[in-house]
Design a protein around this ligand. Structure first.
Ligand SMILES: C[S@@+](CC[C@H](N)C(=O)[O-])C[C@H]1O[C@@H](n2cnc3c(N)ncnc32)[C@H](O)[C@@H]1O
Length: 221
């Protein structure tokens, strides 16, 4: 689990980003955001968006969906609330300040848990994924989009060097897909798709589908 220092550092950083976030990252991160939101629409009507930020993805959920957005940063969520009001987004049923590693929801209440550009920022990403799995309905999905780090070679080397600087400004450069795959295989989730989107496939959208029941049944048989 992320310690208090990590969380308060992240909270401080995003309080500073909040006023300029849409201007800086609105278009830049849009291809991955749109692809992840489309993927989530196919998973069911009850959606949890963790790290929803200023709510740039929220207009992508049409009426009939029930979307709850959570984020560590109140200033980011204030922008999301303003967007919901201004655009009349009926699909958004709630916003709350919450840590990805301590979700205040009952077990099994969402068809999909979506994390757009957030899991790589959580120091204990596996603890956050455990929480996503806990609140995910049986057979539900986890949809993630991130800039994933290179696995080897010179780019991987540069990304490792840049990691401490990236972290200080609330970004991430070296998170590897293997970490998500390893978590999924231990937790009983299948990696149903991995898609590269955007220029040169810069962003990676990963969909993980819950297979815990099948795994438990196979073990018992
Ligand atoms: C790069 S922004 C992405 C925002 C939005 N999802 C988007 O696509 O623009 C990362 C967001 O994750 C939030 N965040 C970072 N660590 C978090 C945590 N442990 N729990 C919840 N949110 C977190 C930050 O406050 C920030 O709003």
């Amino acid at each position: 689990m992320a310690d208090k220092t990590d969380l308060s550092m992240m909270t401080r950083i995003y309080a500073k980003w909040a006023p300029v976030y849409d201007m800086l990252y609105g278009r830049l991160l849009r291809p991955g955001r749109e692809a992840a939101t489309r993927e989530a629409l196919a998973c069911g009507r009850d959606i949890l968006e963790v790290g929803v930020g200023t709510g740039l993805s929220l207009p992508g959920y049409p009426e009939g969906y029930r979307v709850v957005g959570v984020d560590l940063s109140k200033p980011m969520l204030d922008r999301a609330a303003e967007k919901i009001e201004r655009l009349g987004l009926k699909s958004v049923t709630g916003l709350a300040v919450m840590d990805a590693c301590r979700l205040g929801f009952a077990d099994a209440c969402f068809d999909a848990v979506v994390g757009q550009y957030v899991i790589t920022l959580v120091p204990d990403a596996e603890a956050a994924l455990d929480e996503f799995a806990r609140v995910c309905k049986p057979g539900g999905d986890i949809v993630l989009v991130n800039k994933i780090g290179a696995e080897k070679g010179f780019v991987a080397f540069l990304e490792r060097i840049a990691a401490p600087i990236a972290r200080r400004v609330g970004l991430s450069s070296e998170f590897q897909l293997a970490r998500i795959r390893n978590w999924a295989s231990k937790a009983g989730f299948a990696v149903s798709s991995v898609r590269r989107v955007g220029v040169a496939g810069f962003y990676t959208v990963v969909r993980l589908t819950d297979r815990r029941t099948e795994r438990a049944e196979a073990k018992a048989a």
